[in-house]
Design a protein around this ligand. Structure first.
Ligand code: PAF
Length: 283
């Protein structure tokens, strides 16, 4: 497995290999969810590239950029075992040699709601780095495939829109969320949870499941009332919820009129102690 730090080196490494890359972008601290994405990506290209880069642009000043876990040796071992060919791990100055004043600003209707509402600028930071990573990874081949996890459901949708709007020659493939035995979605931030919090953390996915069931129940109360009940229950369980909501899968807007299963997604974000977790459930 080759480790590459700079964009020119990555382009040169890829130019020396035939075919198209499959790409999995990450911020490192890899868990089984990331590795499932890497394994899914493996047959989707001739060369498998994973990136490890903690992207300052997508963190607010009070967020966990500095403390975000960096586990380089373990990450490389896991990537190699999963069949990765190239790890692109730029230092900050390699990806941002000068302040990144040109940015990719996604449309507000999709990116200023939910995560974007509670983390202003988050998706601008994500789109900007992903555009730059795509430029680095797909330059030599003229295109390829990138795999993003459904765990970050809104991020996946925003990236799909970006690819469409800029006509990027990249096929975006979605990976299913990996879960612990109790149902907690795997996330690098689960590592922040203490023992009691870890035991309680499954309550977020349980809240989403209950919200989805209540939404489809015959004679269900209006969605806003169901969401309010779900928020209150989670708060009683000791969480500080940002949102628990049911949206249309196609555009993440509030469903109008009667709802039908197979078209919706319940999304939630909430803090347990100092840890902010997100999850979602398609139904
Ligand atoms: O999902 C992530 O880990 C990040 O948002 C990504 C896509 C690697 C961009 O920094």
């Amino acid at each position: 497995m080759q480790i590459v730090r700079t964009i020119p080196d990555l382009r040169a490494a890829l130019a020396a290999r035939p075919g198209r890359p499959a790409f999995v972008p990450t911020m490192g601290n890899l868990h089984d969810g990331h590795i499932a994405l890497v394994r899914q990506a493996r047959p989707l290209g001739d060369t498998l590239v994973a990136s490890i880069f903690v992207n300052r642009l997508q963190f607010l000043p009070h967020e966990d950029f500095d403390s975000y876990p960096r586990t380089w040796d373990a990450d490389c071992a896991r990537l190699e075992a999963a069949g990765c060919d190239i790890v692109f791990a730029p230092r900050e100055g390699d990806l941002y040699p000068e302040p990144q004043t040109f940015k990719v600003q996604p449309d507000a209707q999709l990116a200023d709601i939910l995560e974007g509402h509670f983390r202003p600028g988050f998706f601008t930071g994500v789109c900007t780095v992903v555009m730059k990573l795509f430029s680095a990874v797909f330059f030599a081949s003229g295109g390829g495939t990138a795999v993003f996890g459904k765990k970050d459901y809104q991020q996946l949708m925003v990236i799909r829109r970006m690819v469409e709007q800029f006509a990027l020659p990249v096929t975006i493939v979605a990976g299913e969320t990996e879960r612990a035995a109790d149902g907690l979605a795997l996330s690098s931030r689960n590592g922040y949870l203490d023992v009691d919090e870890r035991a309680a953390a499954v309550q977020l996915s349980q809240a989403l499941r209950a919200l989805a069931q209540a939404t489809l129940a015959p004679g269900a109360a209006p969605p806003a009332a169901l969401e309010q009940q779900a928020l209150e229950l989670l708060a009683q369980q000791g969480w500080a919820p940002d949102y628990l909501t049911v949206r249309r899968r196609e555009d993440l807007q509030v469903p109008q009129g009667s709802v039908s299963s197979g078209t919706l997604v319940a999304l939630g974000a909430a803090r347990l102690g100092r840890t902010r977790l997100i999850d979602n459930l398609e139904f």
